[in-house]
Design a protein around this ligand. Structure first.
Ligand SMILES: Nc1ncnc2c1ncn2[C@@H]1O[C@H](COP(=O)(O)OP(=O)(O)OP(=O)(O)O)[C@@H](O)[C@H]1O
Ligand SMILES: [Mg+2]
Length: 69
């Protein structure tokens, strides 16, 4: 199963993308920096994978989860 979450924001620069899984890394004044690492950890614990595709026109986060057997 694949879920895609798409936004039309300003995208994620490469240096931020490199650190996006780092706990407590944030560029927001009020951010915790836990949104992505915790979400990715939950997906990985379900044997899934997260791919982030980003450009200056927005971001697409793909969540791939294996079928239940
Ligand atoms: N969809 C997005 N578009 C642009 N930048 C993003 C996006 N998602 C994450 N980021 C960047 O990655 C950083 C880390 O994201 P993460 O979700 O881990 O924490 P956060 O969003 O800063 O804090 P919180 O999860 O508490 O709101 C963000 O601060 C932001 O710079
Ligand atoms: Mg977040």
């Amino acid at each position: 199963m694949q879920i895609r979450i798409i936004d039309q924001g300003s995208g994620i620069l490469a240096d931020i993308l490199d650190r996006i899984h780092e706990p407590f890394f944030t560029t927001k004044e009020q951010g915790t920096g836990l949104g992505m690492p915790v979400s990715c950890q939950i997906v990985e614990e379900h044997k899934g994978k997260v791919n982030i595709l980003s450009s200056m026109h927005g971001t697409c986060v793909e969540v791939n989860l294996p079928a239940l057997t």
